[in-house]
Design a protein around this ligand. Structure first.
Ligand code: NAP
Length: 248
């Protein structure tokens, strides 16, 4: 029966870092989850195995979010296998940092293709079915860099700011169909993305974080879980910073 159907969540970039924590949390919340990754098959299959005993279906697919056709196929397969997507979380993201004068066209284009086009491809692919079912929650992972900027990250910050404008526009466009669109903007979170920072930079960053530590991916996943759920039924078009206070 339809009312017994489990909620279905789609997570881009779900094999590592924040996306991985989100997949685990949404599966623990009782969602069936379809996540994608770009290249690290080992990380993806270890997550599938880890969640196999939960009693909820979890499927991993190798999909480059920069490719509209691949995303469309992934979403179609997810809907055929698990049902209409109720929650979409876009966590796939990359950095290619460089001061603007050193930035290559490739670094600029790669970051835009994954971080911004990728979000468009995912949302474009899920929103029609959400409109038909007159409900849905989109949770887009931006960054405090998109709100405040960050030196050497003009490409990255442009995409993360773009996500905010995109999410707010969608919130206005599809709210009447019961679809919510919100943004989570993390500060420094312990993942592979931040593990490349050297000790000197980490120490400098820590001095500017009132809570005096980097965040945990699970803490971001808790916020995503809330926004995905009916507990956040009256929240849309909002940007939630989760950053230990680095921006105050
Ligand atoms: P991460 O540890 O580097 O993980 C990135 C994930 O995205 C991996 O699962 C990766 O899969 C996937 N991915 C990358 N490019 C992809 C593509 N083209 N198509 C599909 N999947 C792709 O990153 P993270 O730190 O968890 O960051 C997750 C999100 O949070 C990103 O959007 C990032 O910008 C944002 N964020 C992170 C921080 C932070 O401090 N960590 C702060 C603010 C915002 P593969 O391993 O297979 O490549």
């Amino acid at each position: 029966m339809e009312q017994d159907r489990k909620r279905v969540a789609l997570v881009s970039g779900g094999s590592r870092g924040i996306g991985r924590a989100v997949v685990k949390r949404l599966a623990a919340d009782g969602h069936e989850v379809s996540f994608c990754y770009r290249s690290d098959e080992q990380a993806a299959s270890s997550l599938e195995k880890e969640l196999a005993g939960l009693g909820t279906r979890v499927m991993a697919r190798k999909v480059d979010v920069a490719s509209p056709d691949s995303v469309r196929e992934w979403v179609a397969e997810t809907q055929e296998t698990l049902g209409t997507v109720d929650v979409a979380v876009t966590a796939a993201g990359i950095t290619r940092d460089n001061p603007l004068l050193m930035m290559t066209d490739e670094q600029w284009k790669d970051v835009l293709a994954v971080n911004l086009d990728g979000v468009y491809h995912v949302c474009r692919s899920v929103v029609f079915e959400m409109m038909k079912s007159r409900s849905g929650s989109l949770v887009l992972i931006s960054s405090v860099a998109g709100v405040y900027g960050h030196a050497t990250q003009s490409n990255y910050a442009a995409t993360k700011a773009g996500i905010i404008g995109f999410a707010k526009s969608l919130a206005k466009e599809v709210g009447r169909y019961g679809i919510r669109s919100n943004v989570v903007a993390p500060g420094f979170i312990e993942t592979d993305m931040t593990s490349v920072l050297n000790d000197k930079i980490r120490d400098e960053m820590l001095k500017s974080i009132p809570l005096n530590r980097f965040g945990d991916a699970g803490e971001v996943a808790d916020l995503v879980s809330f926004l995905a759920s009916e507990r956040a039924a009256y929240i849309t078009g909002s940007v939630f910073q989760i950053d230990g206070g680095i921006t105050i």
